[in-house]
Design a protein around this ligand. Structure first.
Ligand SMILES: Cc1ncc(COP(=O)(O)O)c(C=O)c1O
Ligand SMILES: N[C@@H](CCOP(=O)(O)O)C(=O)O
Length: 485
């Protein structure tokens, strides 16, 4: 399988190269040259597989430069109930991503039902662990084979950082430099990252928002000489490895929620950087019977605005709200470029022209272009949620179903409710556990959220983190000083 850049000005590459390379050298994002199609026979054969075996089947359609036996072993090592053990009481840890019905709907295919797809049972209690644990094992495997090292530069609004650090701590040949928005994450998120004392982990809090941190990551990656000299890698969802691993749980969720491959489902996805829902889009393009992808945003509603109006208008950091679903405080969604590449018929010239407008601080409007009509064929609908909605949803979910959901999942539930249909079940992707956002849970419920074992004294552990200006050169100097050749 060859991978090509959305900007069309980078050489096509194979999976292991883009895994280590991250962003394409022309500033674009890599995508497979075609999406593999799944047949009815594939769906029938995959329905009863374990999560690890399903991951192998799906990943092997995209990865042909790792021997099959090795890829299977990596999947088996990654997707175990011991790694994804932080399940809600009563959920089946062996499923890895259990489906919890809030309302079962009708019949074996749960028409009209409402369910949570539990994705946050891994070591850091957020959906990022689903892909990041795999990435940690893939990085180690490829680096060992090549006798190379990598210095990962990442940006986080709260969850990618800890998931990456837990996946990469102690891995041979890997150092992690993680940029986080100073003072913007929850106390639990800060403690998860900043309490790590491993020699290969460096936490840097930048005095800005997530988008500023993401811009630094892209600027450093676009300095080709620096990137080559310091072997800079990526773990954000700009790295295709993240997106491909996320495709798997759309299939697992579909099988978990239906009894027949004739049935369609809707999937509601709390969205920020568009990485999660982009994986859903690709699963749908592969032939998974997803009727609608419901894109749920918080007050930072750039994506919702696009799906409603056809206008994509990223906001500046000054216009980005600090919200109680902080991991979605994003106004420039990286992976949206991957979707637009598909929307415009995979024409890199169109993507270059649109992103020229975006990168010079502008916007684009697809009305009066053929792409506005084409949009309807991709199955997206959307909505946004506010702090008051979030509190109301957390309260209503607890009252009706006895379940405490996190603030991002609450955004998903709120927007899903507006698009429910008696003909299909809707699965809301549960992207984090409530304990990560304790303050808002207390405000909503006047009680403490459930805290999985092993996290009892997290916030009282000693923390270490460097605070820096939003300045590419300052970050490069820090990397230079900490990379031993
Ligand atoms: C808990 C949580 N929910 C939702 C999102 C949004 O996901 P994405 O950025 O892939 O759209 C994030 C961050 O990415 C997150 O950490
Ligand atoms: N919400 C993320 C932001 C980064 O997204 P990514 O999927 O591109 O890594 C976070 O919590 O850090």
């Amino acid at each position: 399988m060859r991978y090509l850049s959305t900007r069309g000005r980078a050489p096509d590459q194979q999976f292991c190269d883009i895994l280590l390379g991250g962003l394409a050298p022309d500033g674009g994002l890599y995508l497979p040259e075609t999406y593999p199609k799944v047949s009815a026979a594939d769906l029938a054969a995959w329905r009863t597989l374990s999560y690890a075996d399903l991951a192998f089947e799906i990943l092997s359609r995209f990865i042909d430069d790792i021997p099959a036996a090795d890829l299977r072993a990596i999947c088996q090592k990654t997707y175990t109930p011991a790694v994804y053990c932080n399940t809600r009481a009563g959920s089946d840890a062996t499923a890895i991503t259990p489906v919890t019905w809030l309302e079962a709907g009708n019949g074996p295919n749960h028409q009209g039902g409402l369910a949570l797809l539990e994705l946050s049972n891994g070591p850091t209690l957020a959906f990022k662990d689903m892909a990041m644990q795999l990435l940690g094992n893939l990085f180690e495997y490829v680096l060992d084979k090549r006798g190379e090292q990598t210095n990962i530069l990442g940006a986080t609004s709260g969850d990618t950082g800890s998931a990456a650090e837990y996946a990469m701590r102690g891995k041979h040949g890997v150092r992690v430099f993680m940029l986080s928005p100073h003072g913007r994450m929850s106390a639990f998120q800060r403690a998860q990252m900043y309490s790590l004392q491993d020699d290969n982990i460096f936490n840097i809090a930048v005095k800005g928002m997530f988008d500023d941190a993401q811009d630094i990551v892209k600027a450093v990656s676009n300095d080709h000489a620096f990137k080559a000299k310091y072997k800079i890698g990526a773990v954000n969802s700009i790295n295709w490895g993240r997106v491909v691993a996320q495709i798997v749980y759309y299939f697992a969720g579909y099988f978990g929620a239906t009894a027949s491959n004739e049935q369609q489902v809707d999937m509601a996805v709390p969205s920020g950087n568009f990485g999660n829902i982009c994986a859903g889009h690709i699963a749908r393009m592969m032939g998974l019977p997803i009727r609608q992808l419901i894109c749920a945003t918080n007050e930072n509603d750039v994506l919702d605005e696009f799906f409603r109006t056809g206008v994509y208008r990223p906001r500046s950091s000054a216009e980005t709200h600090v919200t109680s679903s902080p991991s979605m405080d994003i106004s420039k969604a990286s992976n949206f470029e991957r979707f637009v590449f598909d929307l415009v018929g995979r024409d890199p010239a169109v993507v270059c022209q649109l992103w020229q407008q975006v990168e010079s601080g502008g916007s684009f409007d697809l009305n009066d272009t053929p792409y506005r009509d084409a949009l309807a064929g991709f199955g997206f609908v959307s909505g946004s949620s506010s702090h008051a909605d979030r509190l109301g949803t957390i309260r209503a979910t607890k009252k009706a179903y006895g379940i405490v959901v996190d603030t991002h999942t609450a955004d998903g539930l709120k927007v899903a409710a507006a698009h429910r249909d008696a003909a299909v079940p809707v699965l809301v992707l549960e992207t984090a556990q409530a304990v990560k956002f304790e303050e808002t849970i207390r405000e909503a419920l006047n009680e403490e959220p459930p805290r999985p074992e092993g996290f009892a004294h997290l916030e009282s552990l000693p923390q270490r983190c460097e605070v820096m200006a939003v300045d590419v050169d300052v970050i490069k100097d820090f990397i230079r000083a900490h990379v031993v050749d």
